[in-house]
Design a protein around this ligand. Structure first.
Ligand code: URA
Ligand code: URA
Length: 274
């Protein structure tokens, strides 16, 4: 047979290979092209002659291992507080959101959420300042001494406590019952506003200076806030003395009596029930 392979044939073959694949090593080390790398085919159609084979890491040429070129999906955006609040369409949902909200806490550790209590369809909503020790323990606003007096004030104008809805500016107790800071009020207000909107009362009675000034965005003495109705989130809002202040200053009971008579009158005029 005359078709035996000569040295010249081998050299010609190697020259041709070199032209197509570039210089290569005969060293059988790790970076020698694998059989797969030298195959032509759809997977290896990169312009391999421009890349010296020795310098190409084997992995980059294997289709299964090469980096996926799938576009990274944008992270789902965390909803804003506004969106989270708007998504609460009832008080149970809002209470859950409040229970998870660290921004409602004060710097007193381990306090309980004091969300609010009473008739969810109330046409009269009362808003105090912040929970005290008893309220924190029981998770309900106005259950201590001030709360007992508040119940009597409500009775005097024909309401049971269960007829109205009661909440506070803050939903957690501040240390030592200090006044809520401006910053704490600001963090809490969006939640309270959503609560007001869900209850949709006809009349709001703010108990004390802190409550009145927070909702009216003012900085006034109590005597300058009381005696007037303001519009707040669709309701008629007025301000009177805090029941805890009445315990210390009985002389303020008379003006409080006058204020709550006006509240009852406005409530009846607006068709409040019960
Ligand atoms: N004082 C408040 O302002 N709120 C309460 O819940 C109790 C006392
Ligand atoms: N000052 C207050 O802070 N609250 C009142 O209710 C009365 C006076």
């Amino acid at each position: 047979m005359s078709d035996s392979i000569t040295i010249e044939d081998i050299i010609r073959f190697l020259e041709a290979e070199k032209e197509v694949y570039g210089p290569f090593s005969t060293d059988h080390g790790e970076d020698v092209l694998s059989e797969k790398d030298t195959q032509s085919g759809p997977e290896t159609e990169e312009p391999s002659q421009e890349i010296p084979a020795q310098s190409v890491p084997v992995e980059t040429k294997q289709p299964g291992i090469s980096k996926p070129e799938v576009e990274a999906k944008p992270e789902p955006k965390e909803p804003t507080l506004e969106e989270k609040l708007a998504a609460c369409t009832n008080l149970n949902q809002l209470k859950k959101l409040c229970a998870q909200a660290d921004e409602l806490k004060t710097d007193l550790e381990g306090t309980n959420l004091v969300f609010g209590t009473g008739n969810r369809d109330a046409d009269l909503m009362l808003i105090g300042e912040a929970p005290g020790e008893q309220e924190d323990k029981q998770g309900e606003p106005f259950v201590g001494a001030a709360g007992q007096l508040l119940n009597k004030i409500l009775k005097a104008i024909g309401f049971e406590r269960e007829d109205v809805y009661i909440a506070n500016i803050l939903k957690h107790r501040p240390p030592g019952n200090r006044n809520p800071s401006q910053e704490e009020q600001t963090r809490s207000l969006p939640y309270l506003n959503r609560q007001i909107d869900l209850i949709n009362p006809k009349v709001i009675l703010c108990l004390g200076k802190v409550s009145g000034n927070t909702l009216l965005n003012r900085d006034e003495k109590l005597k300058n806030l009381r005696g007037t109705f303001y519009k707040y989130r669709g309701a008629d809002l007025t301000v009177t003395y805090h029941p805890a202040a009445l315990l210390r200053h009985p002389q303020w009971k008379r003006p409080t009596w006058e204020d709550v008579q006006k509240v009852k009158k406005r409530y009846d005029e607006l068709g409040g029930t019960p």
